[in-house]
Design a protein around this ligand. Structure first.
Ligand SMILES: [Zn+2]
Length: 257
């Protein structure tokens, strides 16, 4: 076996896919060739790094459902009657199906990673915006506990009109609102007071990707909920067991009179 052949097989060999006589030949080549051995070691090292450094998240029920649905759709696309002829054809069909499924799976996983990245950036961006507003003392651009004041003020500055509720009787007093920029787009921010804490709630029209319900960024809790056609993202130093139900309550938006 020469270096060119070895180079095409090294990655598969590292995955345990090259066995039998070819595996023996490759192993022999690696023992005698420093260049190919280095390449093999770097594949192993990369694999170890990926395992160690890429964060692991259990798949959400929504992702489970999506993968199942897509794999189901792939299965349905198969010819219902098996090809009559030689076994070889079945192998081919099986291989093609496995390839399809692998592609679908890779695509879904890729999308999940992008979703994760997007949500991570969004949470970090939201916390940075919250901190900037608090430190820079421009928490509130329209100061009012009256939703009939805050809502039109926001609608006049945005291309959507977020639902606004005062939940003072539940301990969350609306103190005002402002317009921020999140992910390079203007966004409505509702400002609430809960005991000594300030809660910023970013509200924008619902997007396609599902954000995780709760994250912690630099000690701040970021709670997400979807509802009333909007995405709701609450940021505060209030504890998660208070923030999460609050943002879900807003998303339900049972309109107050
Ligand atoms: Zn070599």
């Amino acid at each position: 076996m020469n270096c060119n052949e070895a180079a095409t097989l090294v990655a598969a060999y590292a995955d345990g896919e090259i066995v039998g006589r070819r595996g023996d030949l490759l192993q022999k080549h690696l023992l005698g060739c420093a260049g190919c051995a280095t390449q093999y070691q770097s594949v192993l090292a990369l694999r170890a790094r990926l395992r160690a450094e890429i964060p692991y998240f259990p798949a959400s029920p929504a992702l489970h459902t999506r993968v199942r649905a897509m794999l189901g759709a792939t299965g349905a696309a198969l010819p219902s009657r098996p090809r009559p002829s030689i076994d070889g054809w079945r192998w081919l069909t099986g291989g093609a199906l496995a390839g399809c499924a692998a592609t679908v799976l890779a695509w879904v996983l890729g999308t999940a990673v992008i979703d994760w990245r997007t949500n991570e950036d969004l949470a970090v961006d939201a916390v940075a915006t919250h901190v900037r507003a608090t430190l820079g003392n421009h928490l509130i651009e329209v100061a009012s506990s009256d939703r009939h004041t805050v809502k039109p003020w926001l609608s006049a500055r945005l291309d959507y009109s977020p639902p606004v509720q005062d939940l003072a009787n539940e301990g969350f007093a609306l103190t005002g609102g402002r317009v921020d920029t999140l992910e390079r787009r203007p966004i409505a921010t509702l400002v609430y007071r809960y005991r000594q804490h300030t809660i910023d709630v970013f509200v924008r029209p619902e997007s396609a990707h599902a954000a995780p319900a709760l994250r912690t960024v630099r000690g701040f809790n970021v709670a997400h909920a979807s509802g009333s056609g909007m995405d709701w993202l609450a940021v505060s130093d209030v504890s998660a067991d208070i923030l999460s139900p609050f943002v879900q309550r807003l998303a339900r938006a049972e309109a107050a009179p």
